[in-house]
Design a protein. Structure first.
Length: 193
């Protein structure tokens, strides 16, 4: 028996509208970015037009949302998440967050340092929180120089000149919660009695 996908397809329009509004885009801006007419976009969002891959793929790319999340695909029964690590200059970054916007989570593995590399401080939009899992992290914030060890965390506004890398010749593993637009992580804990 072939399952009915009408319910799944009926939910695509509201998800498209929600994804567009989260990115604070107008129908006209989405049309310009994707080449899909405003009237087609409007009909997709209202459910008056059935979505197809030719329309959904550029929208998923623009909204930086996995296609299966955008269409609300039914569960296949496989709970595994297939992470896509990115390697750059010896560092490996694994995105842990699948939704666009807001605070993004990453696992990072930074290579051990070779020689005595001088820090190259940088500034950019955002707010970062790092937690050390394994190894030692050297963190330079403005004129301050810190070494963090497993179990320690640091948070900082990325408008502050900063740089971080392994503190020694061994790799360092860390979790990073990064808010591109300055969003901060909120920790709730019970007060001590």
């Amino acid at each position: 028996m072939i399952p009915s996908y009408d319910k799944v397809l009926d939910g695509v329009g509201p998800r498209l509208r929600s994804a567009r509004q989260r990115r604070e885009l107008t129908l006209g801006e989405v049309s310009t970015a994707t080449g899909i007419s405003v009237s087609t976009l409007s009909r997709l969002e209202s459910g008056q037009r059935r979505p197809n891959l030719e329309l959904l793929l550029p929208l998923a790319q623009l909204f930086r949302t996995p296609l299966e999340e955008l269409i609300g695909a039914p569960s296949t029964g496989d709970p595994r998440i297939h992470l896509r690590p990115v390697s750059h200059s010896g560092a490996t970054v694994i995105p842990l967050t699948r939704r666009p916007g807001g605070v993004q989570a990453f696992k990072m593995v930074l290579p051990g340092r070779v020689g005595n590399e001088a820090p190259t401080l940088q500034v950019h939009e955002g707010y970062d929180w790092v937690y050390i899992l394994n190894g030692r992290l050297r963190l330079v914030l403005g004129d301050e120089d810190f070494v963090l060890v497993p179990g320690e965390a640091a948070e900082f506004d990325t408008h502050t000149p900063h740089w971080f890398a392994s503190a020694d010749e061994h790799p360092v593993e860390l979790l990073s919660l990064f808010g591109h637009q300055g969003e901060r992580m909120h920790v709730r804990a019970k007060p001590r009695a």
